[in-house]
Design a protein around this ligand. Structure first.
Ligand code: GCU
Length: 603
C-alpha cells in the first residue's frame, strides 16, 4: 500500500508519539498504609506470542487491540478473542509455575481484570503495581494509561479521570522477553519469571496528598532526623511530623513545589539487629495524613569496618533470591517472606543480600521487623550493554525506583549497583555514574557492588577492581572449592585489598542435592558442599579486613542454566535449604560459624 508521503510522515509521527512510554507517576510512598482496594486474585489471560492483540498483519498497532476487551454485539460480529472464556492466573504470581504450558514461556501475555469502583467525591485514584516482569503497557477501559520497563520495582499511574463506577476493565500487555539491551540482559542465572509478580492495588487519596517522604537520621548523626516531605498541591502547606511515643510534634512548611525540609532532634532508641526498634511516625497536612513504622540508625564505613550506630558490626549474612520457600516460583506472600527471614535468623544472620534485583516491600519489611540488615541490588548483572545510553537510563531508573520505595527502611544499609560485571572502561563509567546517582538520592546509606575480579601475586589474591574507587563497600564473589580449586585448598587462600574500605565476601558456596550423601570428594553430595563451607570459613577467619559475608545461597532456586537432570532438575543446588524446605549439612556448619562469632563487631 503506497501512502502519499505526507500521510506516511503523519503515521510515523503518530506512531512515535503514541509509542512514547507514558511514564509512571512519581511513586506514592507507603501505599499499604493508605485507603487501598486490592485487585489481587484471579485475572483472565490470553497468551499472545505473536502480539496479535496489538499489531495488525502489517505490523502496525491496532486501534482495537485486545486492550478494548471487545464482545460480540451481534451474531455476525467477528471478534477473535474473549478474555472471559480463556484461562485465569492468580495475581500476584509468576505465570511460569501456574500453568505447565507456561513453564518456559517468554513472550507476550495479556491480563484482564474487571471491577466496579466507587470513588469518594473529589478524591483521586491511582493504580499501583508492586512489580511486573518485564515490560508492561497498561490500559483502563480501552484507554492507554502508561507503560513501565523493569521487572522488580514498584510503579503507579493516576486513573482518576478514566475510572467509572461500573464495569471497569483493566488490561495489561506484559512481555518478559529477554533483550540484549535490557537490565538484566539475556543471560542470567535465575528463572525469567514473567507476569504480575507482586500486588496490584487501587489507591485512593485526597485531592492534595502526601506523595512521598524521606525520614532517616542525618548522615553521621545519632540524634537528628534530616529529611523531607513532598505534598501534592499548592505550596505553603503546613506539614506536621509527629512521633507520639517521643512526644515529638513538629510543624514545617512546604515550599512552592510542595516540599518541606524536615529536621528533628531527639533521643532515639536506635534500630539494630539486637533491638529492631520501629517508631510510629505520623505525617499530616491540612488535607491528608499517613502513618509509617520507621527505624532510626546510622551506618558508616570506617576503614575496613562497617559501623552500625557508631559500633563496628560484622555482617553475618546469606544471599537470598526471591524464590518461594516451598516453591517453585516467586515468593509473593508475607508468610513466604517471613519463612525466608526465619531461616536466615536460624542461621544466626543479622544481614541478607537480596539478590540480584529489588525484592518485594514485604520482604524488606519482614527483615526490618526481625532485625535483619539488607543489601538491596539492581539487576545490572554480568554483561549488560555498558556502552548503550538507553541501557544506562533503564538501570538508573530502576535504581531510582528501588531507592524511592525503600528509602525509609532502616534495615537497608547498602545499595548495590551491580553483580559480577566484566571490567572495561564503559562498565567503569556506567557503574561509577550509578554509584554517584545513589548519593544524590540517598546520602545516608553505603554503596556497593559484587565484583568477581582480582589479580594474584606472590600467592595473594589481590582485590584491585577499579570500581573499588567509586563504591563505599567492596563485595567479592569467589568460588574456591567449587568453580576452581579443591575445597581443602581454600583455607590457605590469602587476600590483599587495594582499598581502605570494608570487604564483604558476597558469594561463596557449592551445590548439593539435599539427601544425597557420600564421600566429601563426591561432587553434589551434602558432604562436598559442607567441605566447601568448612574450608572457605577457615579462609574467612584469616581475612582481618573482612566486614561480613553473604554465602551463596539460602535456598535452591530455579535457573535454566542448571541442566544436570539427575541432580538439578532446573534447580541451582547451592542452597543451604532445599526447595522442600529441608536444611542441608552446610546450613549447620554456617550456623555454627556465626554462633562462634561472639556478637557484633568481634570475630
Ligand atoms: C555467580 C552469580 C550468581 C550465580 C552463582 C552460581 O556468582 O553471582 O547469580 O547464581 O554464581 O554460579 O551459582
Amino acid at each position: 500500500m503506497n501512502l502519499p508521503k505526507t500521510l506516511s510522515i503523519f503515521f510515523f509521527l503518530t506512531l512515535i508519539i503514541s509509542s512514547q512510554a507514558q511514564e509512571a507517576d512519581p511513586l506514592i510512598q507507603n501505599v499499604t498504609a493508605r485507603n487501598i482496594t486490592t485487585l489481587n486474585g484471579l485475572w483472565q489471560i490470553i497468551v499472545d506470542p505473536l502480539e496479535n492483540g496489538y499489531y495488525n498483519h502489517r505490523y502496525q498497532p491496532k486501534e482495537n487491540g485486545f486492550f478494548m476487551n471487545q464482545k460480540m454485539q451481534s451474531p455476525s460480529d467477528l471478534i477473535e478473542y474473549d478474555f472471559d472464556e480463556g484461562y485465569q492466573l492468580a495475581v500476584p504470581g509468576d505465570w511460569n509455575t501456574q500453568m505447565e504450558k507456561l513453564y518456559y514461556y517468554e513472550g507476550n501475555l495479556w491480563y484482564k481484570k474487571s471491577f466496579d469502583y466507587t470513588r469518594q467525591a473529589a478524591n483521586r485514584v491511582f493504580l499501583y503495581f508492586g512489580a511486573v516482569n518485564y515490560e508492561v503497557k497498561v490500559y483502563l477501559n480501552g484507554k492507554k494509561i502508561g507503560e513501565h520497563v523493569g521487572g522488580y520495582t514498584s510503579f503507579n499511574f493516576e486513573i482518576t479521570d478514566e475510572l467509572r463506577e461500573k464495569d471497569n476493565f483493566l488490561v495489561l500487555k506484559v512481555d518478559n522477553t529477554r533483550r540484549r539491551e535490557a537490565v538484566p540482559t539475556v543471560n542470567t542465572d535465575w528463572w525469567n519469571y514473567g507476569g504480575i509478580t507482586r500486588s496490584v492495588h487501587l489507591v485512593e487519596t485526597p485531592q492534595s496528598f502526601i506523595r512521598d517522604y524521606f525520614l532517616q537520621l542525618k548522615k553521621g548523626s545519632k540524634n537528628e532526623i534530616a529529611g523531607w516531605v513532598q505534598a501534592e498541591g499548592a505550596g505553603g502547606q503546613n506539614v506536621t511530623v509527629s512521633i507520639p511515643s517521643l512526644k515529638i510534634n513538629r510543624e514545617f512548611r512546604t515550599d512552592q513545589n510542595g516540599r518541606a525540609e524536615v529536621n528533628i532532634k531527639g533521643k532515639f532508641e536506635l534500630w539494630s539487629p539486637m533491638n529492631p526498634k520501629l517508631y510510629e511516625v505520623k505525617i499530616s497536612t491540612g488535607t491528608d495524613g499517613i502513618t509509617d513504622q520507621i527505624g532510626f540508625r546510622s551506618i558508616e564505613a570506617d576503614g575496613h569496618k562497617i559501623l552500625l550506630n557508631g559500633e563496628p558490626v560484622f555482617l553475618k549474612g546469606v544471599s537470598v533470591h526471591e524464590e518461594a520457600p516451598f516453591g517453585p516460583g516467586r515468593a509473593t506472600s508475607k508468610a513466604e517472606c517471613e519463612t525466608l527471614v526465619k531461616w536466615a535468623k536460624e542461621l544466626g544472620c543479622n544481614f541478607i543480600r537480596l539478590a540480584h534485583y529489588p525484592h518485594s516491600e514485604e520482604m524488606v519489611k519482614a527483615a526490618e521487623r526481625h532485625g535483619v540488615m539488607v543489601w538491596s541490588e539492581i539487576p545490572v548483572y554480568w554483561t549488560v550493554l555498558f556502552d548503550n545510553p538507553a541501557t544506562y537510563a533503564n538501570a538508573e531508573n530502576q535504581l531510582e525506583e528501588m531507592i524511592t520505595r525503600d528509602k525509609n527502611r532502616s534495615n537497608i544499609i547498602l545499595w548495590s549497583v551491580a553483580n559480577e560485571t566484566p571490567v572495561s572502561d564503559a562498565r567503569l563509567d556506567f557503574l561509577s555514574r550509578l554509584a554517584k546517582k545513589v548519593k544524590t538520592l540517598d546520602n545516608t546509606r553505603l554503596t556497593t557492588a559484587a565484583l568477581d575480579t582480582h589479580s594474584s601475586e606472590d600467592g595473594y589474591n589481590i582485590i584491585d577492581d577499579p570500581l573499588g574507587e567509586h563504591i563505599d563497600v567492596i563485595g567479592i564473589n569467589q568460588y574456591c572449592g567449587w568453580y576452581w580449586g579443591k575445597p581443602s585448598e581454600c583455607a590457605s587462600l590469602k587476600w590483599k585489598i587495594n582499598f581502605n574500605k570494608p570487604l564483604i565476601i558476597s558469594e561463596f558456596g557449592g551445590g548439593a542435592l539435599q539427601g544425597h550423601h557420600g564421600a566429601p570428594n563426591e561432587r553434589w553430595t551434602e558432604e562436598y558442599q559442607d567441605d566447601v563451607y568448612k574450608y572457605n570459613l577457615e579462609m574467612l577467619k584469616k581475612i582481618d579486613f573482612l566486614a561480613g559475608t553473604t554465602p551463596w545461597i539460602l535456598t535452591d532456586f530455579l535457573s535454566p542454566r542448571r541442566n544436570l537432570n539427575r541432580i538439578q532438575k532446573d534447580y541451582n543446588r547451592k542452597g543451604l535449604v532445599s526447595e522442600n524446605g529441608v536444611k542441608k549439612k552446610a546450613f549447620f556448619t554456617l550456623r555454627d560459624f556465626y554462633q562462634q562469632l561472639d556478637g557484633p563487631g568481634k570475630r
